[in-house]
Design a binder for this molecule. Structure first.
Ligand code: FAD
Length: 308
């Protein structure tokens, strides 16, 4: 497959080595919490721009997301970004969550609509007293706290609910007009999809950074499952690379590192300067891929040594 001629830049600031950010999910158990903090300790010295923590469907992890963000703020020098969805919630409750974040010092929110309770594919109906769309949520956050940076989602293969790419990009445009200054993409495995999407977005006059979301495939079956739910395609060549490795985690890990490293190195070669990693709360693959991008630990200043 040949790469198309991509746009000169993804709109992010120029840096000698790419800038990175990491996404975590809030742990459910003590054991998961311990493992997340080992991951944070390992990745923090790579000095990411920010680390984000997801928000469970319909606010199901509201307290755990808050607790994880608060601990990152109090125990590390990392900059946290809190994900927040507005589905199935009253505006007043969503605003409370934002205010609580603001009070503890959070200045970056990843603002999302979220999936309807019936899952992707079910019709989305805004809560009668809720925000009507993610763009409304962005506008409200900016109106109430102008100094909160707002990041939003973007979909290189369009969101499964979008009637067309144009409709999908209309929503991105509305979110940018409401004050979003960065978008992170749904994961994708074929770089052409990202470059084509970027062309579409730029041709609509949207100039914010569209940061590629990279999912290192820790477990092919699980990733294929995620992809199905998220409306992301899984190329045949990817399935082939993991064929026969279901019971061979060691080889799977090596293959996963090679695949993700190949993807990010090609993106970087074509001018992509920032990457967001879906870490799945695990450090090893993401650390190795960052290393291959030329990113080295920055000592202890930003790092986990400060995290107990
Ligand atoms: P939007 O950007 O508001 O909409 C996506 C597209 O769907 C639009 O372009 C539009 O064309 C179409 N659309 C939206 N509303 C309608 C409508 N009413 N009718 C028809 N079409 C419509 N989910 C979580 O629960 N927690 C998280 O922490 C989380 N983090 C995420 C982070 C990233 C980077 C990404 C890419 C996704 C994340 N999601 C998360 C998933 C997200 O909540 C779902 O994809 C959800 O279905 C859409 O929310 P959104 O804000 O991306 O949608």
């Amino acid at each position: 497959m040949t790469e198309p001629t991509p746009p000169a830049s993804n709109g992010a600031r120029a840096l000698p080595a790419p800038a990175i950010s990491f996404e975590f999910f809030p742990p459910k158990t003590e054991e998961m919490e311990k493992s997340l903090w080992e991951t944070i300790k390992r990745l923090a010295p790579l000095a990411p721009n920010f680390v984000s923590v997801t928000y469970g469907a319909g606010g199901s992890t509201r307290e755990r997301t808050h607790a994880t963000i608060a601990r990152i703020l109090s125990e590390t020098a990392l900059v946290p970004a809190a994900h927040l969805t507005c589905v199935d919630a009253r505006c007043a409750d969503v605003d409370d969550v934002v205010s609580r974040y603001y009070e503890v010092g959070v200045r970056h929110i990843v603002a999302l609509r979220g999936d309807p309770a019936g899952g992707i594919g079910a019709a989305y109906t805004p809560h009668p007293e809720g925000y009507r769309s993610s763009a409304d949520l962005v506008a409200s956050i900016k109106r109430r706290h102008g100094d909160i940076e707002v990041t939003v989602s973007a979909y290189p293969e369009k969101h499964p609910e979008s009637a067309s790419f144009d409709a999908d990009i209309d929503m991105l445009k509305a979110k940018v007009d409401a004050g979003a200054t960065r978008a992170i993409t749904q994961f994708f495995f074929d770089n052409d999809l990202y470059f084509r999407y970027l062309e579409r977005v730029r041709s609509r006059g949207i100039n914010i950074p569209i940061v590629p979301g990279i999912l290192p495939v820790q477990n092919f079956k699980q990733a294929a499952n995620f992809a199905k739910r998220a409306g992301a395609s899984v190329p045949g060549w990817l399935a082939q690379k993991f064929e026969g490795l279901d019971d061979d985690p060691e080889t799977r890990k090596l293959v996963a590192a090679a695949v993700a490293a190949g993807q990010v190195q090609k993106l970087a070669k074509h001018g992509v300067e920032t990457f967001h990693f879906y870490t799945m709360n695990r450090a090893d693959l993401v650390f190795a891929i960052s290393h291959l991008l030329g990113i080295r630990p920055k000592g202890t200043k930003n790092g986990a040594q400060e995290a107990a």
